[in-house]
Design a protein around this ligand. Structure first.
Ligand code: GDP
Ligand code: MG
Length: 301
Protein backbone atom coordinates (compact mmCIF):
# COMPACT_ATOMS: atom_id res chain seq x y z
CA UNK A 1 0.00 0.00 0.00
CA UNK A 2 1.05 3.53 -0.84
CA UNK A 3 2.52 5.15 2.26
CA UNK A 4 0.74 8.38 1.34
CA UNK A 5 -2.64 6.71 1.73
CA UNK A 6 -4.89 8.53 4.19
CA UNK A 7 -7.72 7.09 6.21
CA UNK A 8 -9.93 7.90 9.11
CA UNK A 9 -13.37 8.38 10.59
CA UNK A 10 -15.49 11.42 9.96
CA UNK A 11 -18.60 12.32 11.95
CA UNK A 12 -21.33 13.54 9.64
CA UNK A 13 -23.60 15.85 11.58
CA UNK A 14 -26.45 18.20 10.82
CA UNK A 15 -30.15 18.68 11.32
CA UNK A 16 -32.71 16.46 9.66
CA UNK A 17 -33.33 17.57 6.08
CA UNK A 18 -30.08 19.46 5.68
CA UNK A 19 -28.92 17.03 2.98
CA UNK A 20 -26.76 14.39 4.70
CA UNK A 21 -28.25 11.43 2.83
CA UNK A 22 -28.18 13.31 -0.46
CA UNK A 23 -24.51 14.05 0.05
CA UNK A 24 -23.76 10.42 0.89
CA UNK A 25 -25.71 9.17 -2.12
CA UNK A 26 -23.73 11.47 -4.35
CA UNK A 27 -20.38 10.53 -2.89
CA UNK A 28 -20.95 6.82 -2.61
CA UNK A 29 -23.29 6.29 -5.53
CA UNK A 30 -26.93 5.32 -5.61
CA UNK A 31 -26.46 1.60 -5.63
CA UNK A 32 -25.61 0.74 -2.09
CA UNK A 33 -24.52 -2.87 -1.99
CA UNK A 34 -23.82 -4.32 1.41
CA UNK A 35 -20.62 -6.24 0.96
CA UNK A 36 -19.14 -6.08 4.43
CA UNK A 37 -19.14 -9.35 6.32
CA UNK A 38 -18.34 -7.81 9.66
CA UNK A 39 -20.43 -8.95 12.63
CA UNK A 40 -23.54 -6.89 13.09
CA UNK A 41 -23.41 -4.32 15.79
CA UNK A 42 -26.26 -2.73 17.68
CA UNK A 43 -24.80 0.70 17.37
CA UNK A 44 -27.27 3.24 16.21
CA UNK A 45 -24.85 4.64 13.69
CA UNK A 46 -24.62 4.15 10.01
CA UNK A 47 -21.16 4.02 8.57
CA UNK A 48 -20.64 4.85 4.95
CA UNK A 49 -17.32 4.24 3.31
CA UNK A 50 -15.76 6.36 0.56
CA UNK A 51 -12.64 5.01 -1.10
CA UNK A 52 -10.42 6.53 -3.75
CA UNK A 53 -6.76 6.03 -4.64
CA UNK A 54 -5.70 8.77 -2.21
CA UNK A 55 -7.50 7.45 0.82
CA UNK A 56 -10.51 6.03 2.59
CA UNK A 57 -13.05 8.06 4.51
CA UNK A 58 -15.43 6.31 6.88
CA UNK A 59 -18.44 8.55 7.50
CA UNK A 60 -20.21 8.00 10.79
CA UNK A 61 -23.78 9.24 10.71
CA UNK A 62 -24.63 10.38 14.23
CA UNK A 63 -28.16 10.29 15.62
CA UNK A 64 -28.14 14.07 15.79
CA UNK A 65 -26.98 16.59 18.29
CA UNK A 66 -29.56 18.63 20.12
CA UNK A 67 -30.28 19.75 23.62
CA UNK A 68 -31.45 16.90 25.85
CA UNK A 69 -35.05 17.08 27.00
CA UNK A 70 -35.61 13.48 28.06
CA UNK A 71 -33.94 10.07 28.12
CA UNK A 72 -33.79 9.66 24.39
CA UNK A 73 -32.54 13.20 24.06
CA UNK A 74 -29.77 12.38 26.52
CA UNK A 75 -28.90 9.33 24.49
CA UNK A 76 -28.68 11.38 21.32
CA UNK A 77 -26.39 13.93 22.91
CA UNK A 78 -24.20 11.24 24.49
CA UNK A 79 -24.06 9.43 21.16
CA UNK A 80 -23.12 12.59 19.31
CA UNK A 81 -20.57 13.67 21.89
CA UNK A 82 -18.89 10.30 22.08
CA UNK A 83 -18.88 10.03 18.28
CA UNK A 84 -17.20 13.39 17.96
CA UNK A 85 -14.58 12.31 20.49
CA UNK A 86 -13.73 9.19 18.50
CA UNK A 87 -13.34 10.64 15.03
CA UNK A 88 -10.52 12.24 13.07
CA UNK A 89 -12.65 15.04 11.65
CA UNK A 90 -16.17 16.40 11.70
CA UNK A 91 -18.23 17.30 8.66
CA UNK A 92 -21.03 19.61 9.70
CA UNK A 93 -23.78 20.39 7.22
CA UNK A 94 -25.91 23.50 7.65
CA UNK A 95 -28.62 25.36 5.73
CA UNK A 96 -27.60 28.43 3.72
CA UNK A 97 -29.00 31.02 6.11
CA UNK A 98 -27.63 33.98 8.06
CA UNK A 99 -29.79 32.92 10.99
CA UNK A 100 -27.72 30.71 13.28
CA UNK A 101 -30.01 29.21 15.92
CA UNK A 102 -29.22 28.32 19.52
CA UNK A 103 -29.00 24.65 18.55
CA UNK A 104 -26.28 25.50 16.05
CA UNK A 105 -24.42 27.61 18.59
CA UNK A 106 -24.57 24.68 21.02
CA UNK A 107 -23.10 22.36 18.38
CA UNK A 108 -20.40 24.89 17.46
CA UNK A 109 -19.29 25.07 21.11
CA UNK A 110 -19.30 21.32 21.48
CA UNK A 111 -17.18 20.93 18.36
CA UNK A 112 -14.74 23.57 19.43
CA UNK A 113 -14.22 21.81 22.77
CA UNK A 114 -13.62 18.47 21.03
CA UNK A 115 -10.47 19.75 19.37
CA UNK A 116 -10.98 17.73 16.17
CA UNK A 117 -10.79 19.43 12.77
CA UNK A 118 -14.19 20.71 11.72
CA UNK A 119 -15.25 21.26 8.13
CA UNK A 120 -18.39 23.31 7.80
CA UNK A 121 -20.42 22.67 4.70
CA UNK A 122 -23.00 25.26 3.80
CA UNK A 123 -25.28 23.07 1.71
CA UNK A 124 -28.06 23.94 -0.77
CA UNK A 125 -26.19 26.94 -2.12
CA UNK A 126 -28.25 26.54 -5.27
CA UNK A 127 -31.12 28.01 -3.25
CA UNK A 128 -29.46 31.36 -2.53
CA UNK A 129 -27.91 34.12 -4.59
CA UNK A 130 -24.13 34.20 -4.82
CA UNK A 131 -24.12 37.68 -3.29
CA UNK A 132 -25.76 36.34 -0.13
CA UNK A 133 -22.95 33.89 0.59
CA UNK A 134 -20.42 36.18 2.32
CA UNK A 135 -22.99 37.18 4.95
CA UNK A 136 -23.92 33.55 5.56
CA UNK A 137 -20.29 32.53 5.95
CA UNK A 138 -19.73 35.46 8.32
CA UNK A 139 -22.68 34.46 10.47
CA UNK A 140 -21.10 31.04 11.00
CA UNK A 141 -17.60 32.41 11.51
CA UNK A 142 -19.00 34.34 14.47
CA UNK A 143 -20.12 31.20 16.35
CA UNK A 144 -17.01 29.08 16.13
CA UNK A 145 -13.72 28.20 14.54
CA UNK A 146 -13.85 26.07 11.42
CA UNK A 147 -10.85 24.58 9.69
CA UNK A 148 -12.60 24.92 6.35
CA UNK A 149 -15.88 26.39 5.18
CA UNK A 150 -17.20 24.99 1.92
CA UNK A 151 -20.30 26.13 0.08
CA UNK A 152 -21.79 23.18 -1.77
CA UNK A 153 -24.86 21.66 -3.30
CA UNK A 154 -25.30 17.99 -2.50
CA UNK A 155 -28.31 17.80 -4.79
CA UNK A 156 -26.50 19.17 -7.83
CA UNK A 157 -23.15 17.64 -6.97
CA UNK A 158 -21.44 21.02 -6.72
CA UNK A 159 -18.14 21.36 -4.83
CA UNK A 160 -18.32 17.85 -3.45
CA UNK A 161 -14.76 17.21 -4.58
CA UNK A 162 -13.72 20.15 -2.40
CA UNK A 163 -15.27 18.38 0.57
CA UNK A 164 -13.35 15.19 -0.17
CA UNK A 165 -10.11 17.13 -0.70
CA UNK A 166 -10.53 18.99 2.58
CA UNK A 167 -11.24 15.80 4.51
CA UNK A 168 -8.27 13.99 3.01
CA UNK A 169 -6.11 16.93 3.98
CA UNK A 170 -7.08 16.62 7.65
CA UNK A 171 -7.12 12.84 7.93
CA UNK A 172 -3.97 11.05 9.12
CA UNK A 173 -1.92 8.66 7.02
CA UNK A 174 -3.25 5.20 7.63
CA UNK A 175 -4.38 1.84 6.34
CA UNK A 176 -7.43 0.97 4.30
CA UNK A 177 -9.94 -0.31 6.88
CA UNK A 178 -12.52 -1.75 4.51
CA UNK A 179 -12.09 -3.22 1.07
CA UNK A 180 -12.74 -0.78 -1.75
CA UNK A 181 -16.19 -2.21 -2.60
CA UNK A 182 -17.57 -1.79 0.90
CA UNK A 183 -19.96 1.10 1.25
CA UNK A 184 -21.55 0.44 4.63
CA UNK A 185 -21.08 -1.84 7.65
CA UNK A 186 -24.60 -1.68 8.99
CA UNK A 187 -27.17 -4.45 9.00
CA UNK A 188 -29.73 -3.67 6.29
CA UNK A 189 -32.54 -4.08 8.83
CA UNK A 190 -31.28 -1.14 10.81
CA UNK A 191 -30.79 1.04 7.77
CA UNK A 192 -34.28 0.16 6.57
CA UNK A 193 -35.71 1.09 10.00
CA UNK A 194 -33.85 4.38 9.94
CA UNK A 195 -35.15 5.16 6.46
CA UNK A 196 -38.76 4.56 7.53
CA UNK A 197 -38.23 6.61 10.68
CA UNK A 198 -36.87 9.49 8.67
CA UNK A 199 -39.82 9.55 6.25
CA UNK A 200 -42.29 9.38 9.14
CA UNK A 201 -40.50 12.18 11.01
CA UNK A 202 -40.67 14.34 7.96
CA UNK A 203 -44.44 13.99 7.87
CA UNK A 204 -44.65 15.06 11.50
CA UNK A 205 -42.66 18.24 11.12
CA UNK A 206 -40.00 19.60 13.42
CA UNK A 207 -41.94 19.93 16.67
CA UNK A 208 -41.44 16.30 17.77
CA UNK A 209 -38.05 15.58 16.27
CA UNK A 210 -37.30 12.28 17.96
CA UNK A 211 -40.69 11.16 19.17
CA UNK A 212 -40.93 8.01 17.12
CA UNK A 213 -39.17 4.70 16.77
CA UNK A 214 -39.40 2.03 14.12
CA UNK A 215 -39.28 -1.71 14.66
CA UNK A 216 -38.73 -4.08 11.79
CA UNK A 217 -40.95 -7.08 12.61
CA UNK A 218 -40.02 -9.04 9.55
CA UNK A 219 -37.57 -8.68 6.69
CA UNK A 220 -37.23 -11.60 4.40
CA UNK A 221 -36.28 -12.13 0.81
CA UNK A 222 -38.60 -14.45 -1.10
CA UNK A 223 -36.84 -17.63 -2.18
CA UNK A 224 -37.93 -17.06 -5.77
CA UNK A 225 -37.72 -13.74 -7.53
CA UNK A 226 -36.19 -10.55 -6.33
CA UNK A 227 -38.72 -9.33 -3.75
CA UNK A 228 -38.08 -8.62 -0.08
CA UNK A 229 -41.08 -8.55 2.26
CA UNK A 230 -40.78 -6.08 5.10
CA UNK A 231 -43.20 -5.53 7.97
CA UNK A 232 -42.53 -2.63 10.28
CA UNK A 233 -44.20 -0.79 13.15
CA UNK A 234 -43.89 2.91 13.74
CA UNK A 235 -44.14 3.62 17.47
CA UNK A 236 -45.23 7.09 18.54
CA UNK A 237 -46.18 8.75 21.81
CA UNK A 238 -49.65 10.10 21.28
CA UNK A 239 -52.89 9.26 19.58
CA UNK A 240 -52.68 12.65 17.89
CA UNK A 241 -49.27 11.77 16.45
CA UNK A 242 -50.65 8.47 15.25
CA UNK A 243 -53.42 10.39 13.52
CA UNK A 244 -50.93 12.65 11.79
CA UNK A 245 -48.75 9.76 10.68
CA UNK A 246 -51.70 7.82 9.25
CA UNK A 247 -53.40 10.88 7.78
CA UNK A 248 -56.83 11.19 6.28
CA UNK A 249 -57.88 7.84 4.83
CA UNK A 250 -54.36 6.58 5.41
CA UNK A 251 -52.92 8.89 2.77
CA UNK A 252 -49.93 10.00 4.86
CA UNK A 253 -48.92 6.50 5.86
CA UNK A 254 -49.16 5.41 2.23
CA UNK A 255 -46.84 8.24 1.25
CA UNK A 256 -44.37 7.40 4.04
CA UNK A 257 -44.50 3.78 2.91
CA UNK A 258 -43.89 4.50 -0.74
CA UNK A 259 -41.09 7.01 -0.06
CA UNK A 260 -39.39 4.58 2.31
CA UNK A 261 -39.92 1.67 -0.07
CA UNK A 262 -38.19 3.51 -2.91
CA UNK A 263 -35.19 4.28 -0.75
CA UNK A 264 -34.99 0.73 0.61
CA UNK A 265 -35.26 -0.66 -2.93
CA UNK A 266 -32.22 1.41 -3.89
CA UNK A 267 -30.43 0.10 -0.83
CA UNK A 268 -31.23 -3.53 -1.55
CA UNK A 269 -31.09 -3.11 -5.31
CA UNK A 270 -34.32 -5.08 -5.66
CA UNK A 271 -38.09 -4.91 -5.22
CA UNK A 272 -39.61 -4.40 -1.79
CA UNK A 273 -43.07 -5.12 -0.47
CA UNK A 274 -43.43 -2.90 2.60
CA UNK A 275 -46.25 -3.07 5.16
CA UNK A 276 -46.43 -0.47 7.91
CA UNK A 277 -48.33 -0.27 11.18
CA UNK A 278 -48.57 2.55 13.70
CA UNK A 279 -48.73 1.98 17.47
CA UNK A 280 -48.97 4.35 20.41
CA UNK A 281 -46.74 3.88 23.47
CA UNK A 282 -47.14 6.77 25.86
CA UNK A 283 -43.92 8.38 27.10
CA UNK A 284 -41.77 5.67 25.61
CA UNK A 285 -38.97 8.19 25.37
CA UNK A 286 -38.78 8.65 29.12
CA UNK A 287 -38.64 4.99 29.95
CA UNK A 288 -35.26 3.32 30.11
CA UNK A 289 -36.89 0.09 29.11
CA UNK A 290 -38.24 1.50 25.90
CA UNK A 291 -35.08 3.34 25.13
CA UNK A 292 -33.35 -0.05 25.32
CA UNK A 293 -36.12 -1.94 23.54
CA UNK A 294 -36.08 0.33 20.58
CA UNK A 295 -32.40 -0.06 20.04
CA UNK A 296 -30.95 2.92 21.84
CA UNK A 297 -28.63 2.06 24.69
CA UNK A 298 -25.87 4.24 26.06
CA UNK A 299 -23.95 1.08 26.95
CA UNK A 300 -23.32 0.63 23.25
CA UNK A 301 -21.57 3.95 22.90
P1 GDP B 1 -30.95 14.55 5.65
O1 GDP B 1 -32.16 14.47 6.53
O2 GDP B 1 -29.93 15.47 6.24
O3 GDP B 1 -30.38 13.22 5.29
O4 GDP B 1 -31.45 15.27 4.30
P2 GDP B 1 -31.74 14.64 2.87
O5 GDP B 1 -30.48 14.28 2.19
O6 GDP B 1 -32.77 13.57 3.00
O7 GDP B 1 -32.33 15.91 2.10
C1 GDP B 1 -33.51 16.56 2.51
C2 GDP B 1 -34.11 17.33 1.34
O8 GDP B 1 -33.23 18.39 0.95
C3 GDP B 1 -34.33 16.47 0.11
O9 GDP B 1 -35.56 16.85 -0.47
C4 GDP B 1 -33.17 16.83 -0.78
O10 GDP B 1 -33.46 16.69 -2.16
C5 GDP B 1 -32.94 18.29 -0.43
N1 GDP B 1 -31.54 18.71 -0.67
C6 GDP B 1 -30.41 18.10 -0.25
N2 GDP B 1 -29.32 18.75 -0.68
C7 GDP B 1 -29.76 19.80 -1.41
C8 GDP B 1 -29.11 20.87 -2.15
O11 GDP B 1 -27.90 20.96 -2.24
N3 GDP B 1 -29.93 21.77 -2.76
C9 GDP B 1 -31.29 21.70 -2.69
N4 GDP B 1 -31.99 22.63 -3.33
N5 GDP B 1 -31.92 20.72 -2.02
C10 GDP B 1 -31.19 19.78 -1.39
MG1 MG C 1 -30.84 11.34 5.96
Amino acid sequence: MDSKFKSGFVALIGRPNVGKSTLMNHLIGQKIAITSRKPQTTRNQIRTVYTCDRGQIVFVDTPGIHKAKNKLGEYMVTAAESTVRDVDAVLWLVEPSTFVGSGEKHIAQLLQKSGVPVILVINKVDKVKKTEMPAIIDAYRKVGHFDEIIAASALHGQHLQDIIDALLQYLPYGPQFYDAETVTDQPTRQIAAEMIREKALRSLGEEIPHGIAVMIEKMKKRPKGDITDIEATIVCERESHKGIIIGKNGVKLKQIGSDAREEIERLLDGKVNLRLWVKVRKDWRDSDLYVKNYGYDTKDL
